[in-house]
Design a protein around this ligand. Structure first.
Ligand SMILES: NC(=O)CC(=O)C(=O)O
Length: 273
């Protein structure tokens, strides 16, 4: 399967962001992509207090309808890294979903782990001020096999991905708006670790550049194969990157080093409760 990852610089003009998404999807489909993956917060990235104004129903909102029509028009899968989904007056879900070539939603995932962190003197984020966490993992069926959905900060919680792999996932989606500061040290390291330890493809479309004054995203969208090799990587700026997923590499990795089979959870399963 030929896939495309869109690296964006989403800001507060939702109309422009949606126009950009449409143009990127048209470009990717024109270049033969069968699945297009968008980053986290792809339609709106702004201040906490403004987020719920931009939240929508999924699948009954405008963005879903537009993406459903684009998926049908191009006969492709569209993985929406995330948009704001309606929850209450002051909180939204941060929600990812997958649309199939018939325009139907085949899976929806609400970010479970919220980015509540403070790095002294560097940055502070309290995602839970404006977002309510999801409670359910989500696996979708693609023609290339099962794929586990997740969003950004989730990537720091390996149990979620181990669960996906044990449920049969061969692909892990990790769309993001990863901060520039943490990205420099952790982004590639963690993506490659999730790929190697679960012997899955990792597909990680990211936000790039300044989205809000003083808030910058790392970019470096990438596809990692099950052996830990980065097979496609975005450079600085916005744009589309491509990769061909050779699914035989999953079995090859799992046969060569059968670490998923060699687990002994009976000795340590209680430690992760
Ligand atoms: N933005 C996030 O959700 C996560 C992130 O930037 C990090 O884990 O670092």
């Amino acid at each position: 399967m030929k896939i495309a990852l869109v690296q964006m610089n989403t800001k507060q003009d939702k109309e422009k962001n949606i126009k950009d998404i449409k143009n990127f999807i048209d470009e990717a489909a024109g270049n033969g992509a069968e699945l297009v993956s968008l980053p986290e917060y792809c339609t709106y990235l702004g201040k906490d207090e403004d987020k719920s104004k931009h939240a929508e129903l999924i699948p009954d909102g405008e963005t879903f309808k537009l993406l459903s029509n684009l998926a049908k028009k191009h006969s492709i899968f569209i993985h929406v890294g995330s948009i704001l989904e309606e929850y209450s007056e002051d909180k939204s879900y941060n929600t990812s979903f997958m649309v199939n070539p018939d325009g139907d939603m085949i899976g929806k995932y609400r970010k479970i782990h919220l980015f509540d962190i403070e790095i002294e003197g560097i940055s502070k984020y309290m995602e839970s001020n404006s977002i309510i966490n999801g409670e359910s993992p989500q696996i979708v069926d693609l023609p290339i096999g099962k794929a586990g959905l997740s969003i950004c900060y989730d990537m720091r919680f390996p149990e979620l991905y181990r669960g996906y792999a044990l449920e049969g996932a061969k692909v892990l989606f990790i769309p993001a708006a990863f901060t520039r500061y943490t990205g420099m040290l952790h982004w590639e390291l963690i993506l490659r670790a999730r790929a190697v330890e679960n012997q899955c493809f990792v597909i990680a479309a990211g936000q790039f550049g300044e989205n809000l004054p003083g808030k910058e995203c790392y970019g470096s969208s990438m596809v990692v194969d099950p052996w830990g090799v980065v097979i496609s990587r975005a450079s600085e700026g916005t744009g589309v990157i491509y990769a061909n997923l050779d699914m035989s590499l999953v079995e090859k990795a799992r046969t060569s080093i059968p670490s998923l089979q060699n687990r002994k959870p009976e000795y340590y399963k209680d430690l992760t409760k």
